[in-house]
Design a protein around this ligand. Sequence first.
Ligand SMILES: Cc1cc2nc3c(=O)[nH]c(=O)nc-3n(C[C@H](O)[C@H](O)[C@H](O)COP(=O)(O)OP(=O)(O)OC[C@H]3O[C@@H](n4cnc5c(N)ncnc54)[C@H](O)[C@@H]3O)c2cc1C
Ligand SMILES: NC(=O)c1ccc[n+]([C@@H]2O[C@H](COP(=O)([O-])OP(=O)(O)OC[C@H]3O[C@@H](n4cnc5c(N)ncnc54)[C@H](O)[C@@H]3O)[C@@H](O)[C@H]2O)c1
Length: 432
Amino acid sequence: MDCRAHRQTHEQTRIKNRGCTPSKAFLAAAHAAGRARQAKALGIHADVQVDFPEVMKRVRSIRDSFNQGVQKGLHDAGVTVVCAEASFTGERTVTGGDRTVQAPLVVINTGTSSLIPNIPGLADTPYLTNRNFFDLKELPPRLLVIGAGYIGLELGQGLARLGSDTHLIVRGDRVLNHEEPDVSEVLAQALQRDGIHLHFHVNTEKVMHADGIFTLNLDNGQELQGEALLIVVGRKPNTQALNVAATGVELDEKGFVKIDQQFRTTCEGVYAIGDVADQPAFTHVSWEDYRRLKAILCGENRTRSDRVLGYAVYTEPQVGRVGMTIESAQKKGINARCVTLPMAHIARAIEWGHDLGFYRMVIDNDTDKILGATLVGYETAELVHVFLSLMEAGATWQLLEQSVHIHPTYGEALPSLARLLVGDEMPSCPNM
Ligand SMILES: Cc1cc2nc3c(=O)[nH]c(=O)nc-3n(C[C@H](O)[C@H](O)[C@H](O)COP(=O)(O)OP(=O)(O)OC[C@H]3O[C@@H](n4cnc5c(N)ncnc54)[C@H](O)[C@@H]3O)c2cc1C
Ligand SMILES: NC(=O)c1ccc[n+]([C@@H]2O[C@H](COP(=O)([O-])OP(=O)(O)OC[C@H]3O[C@@H](n4cnc5c(N)ncnc54)[C@H](O)[C@@H]3O)[C@@H](O)[C@H]2O)c1
């Protein structure tokens, strides 16, 4: 039996997806509104009317149709789905609701949930997380967001583009602090263009909620108010309810399930995959963990590390990332260097009026192999796959340098980026 699919669908029959699918359907509407407004730079003046209930109805209907598709697939495959919170009650023995199952093979794949900061007053308020965000029926006129990582930026920019007056509370000195500093700078500029207020170097000291209004007291003396408060300060593993000690599974100091290179936990026959095992927290990683574990269990010699992983942030502009940054490569002692091509040197970007962003590639000077890429710009979540495939194939940067890409495209800028390594000048548009 496919244990992973069994568990995941059991939850989905009871609750809804709260991550990629609804957020990306939601952002489709938000970015349509944002692009329509930004078209004024092209001489197009659109009067944008947002029907928020209709936007969210569509989001929920896409989410429901995805859920139904998964449920049908499991039903057709003869999988029994148990809708209950599961916990271990013995070695490789799981109890959920009124069912107890003992199996030679158990896969833990329980993901993460929102981390809730310990801010006085917060716990008693109807704040939003990704759990209830997609159930919103009305557009909050004012939105307060605590946390400026992946979720804060995507959902914060999304609601701002749909019309909420949005404040982003940033603890440190930059948004998206897991990325390179110039990525953060571009994103901050983009968010400000959308009218988002960024508050850097601040902490929230107190939260109050009265008459439908949240009031935040910041440690710089400022007070902010809004009809909605979104808490997005990171994730914690869903291991509290699991009682993994009953099966001899160890957790790390943050509560994630400890695994080895083959997804084995500390209990024989029990494996863990996805976010709960502290794998990079992305859906494609969780799915690939599952495929990989299946291959390992069928006797293939695979590990959880022998793969190139990419990801994207679906703000506008997007961030498409794969492999190492120059900093991470140098920290590993690799003789690495990087080249960067700003948007202003890309003909397609000028034609389309996209001025924010850059393309960057990191290479190994000793082997000429491509080590990583950071692409910030229009739909770079798509374009970054060029690097992903080159890296998966173990290609050198010269292969990209010699490639002839179609003019005028964003893709055409990738060989131009590689040609910076042979001393070519920055392309001066429009003659790339
Ligand atoms: C708002 C948001 C947007 C995101 N956008 C993207 C994106 O665009 N692209 C991307 O790649 N990733 C995205 N992610 C991350 C992605 O959703 C996760 O990395 C991915 O879902 C992890 O998959 P998983 O299988 O490990 O766990 P999950 O998808 O979290 O599934 C775990 C399931 O186990 C259930 N569960 C937990 N405990 C128990 C228990 N004791 N018994 C039974 N069931 C239990 C949970 O309820 C849940 O249904 C996003 C996340 C969020 C929150
Ligand atoms: N496009 C995607 O693939 C996508 C989208 C959303 C989420 N995700 C996944 O979900 C994970 C979780 O996302 P996230 O945004 O919750 O976490 P995150 O770690 O990306 O961001 C959390 C941010 O909150 C800040 N923070 C922490 N405590 C704070 C506090 N008390 N006050 C103010 N700020 C505080 C952190 O410094 C950080 O910048 C991501 O790591 C990512 O892997 C992926």
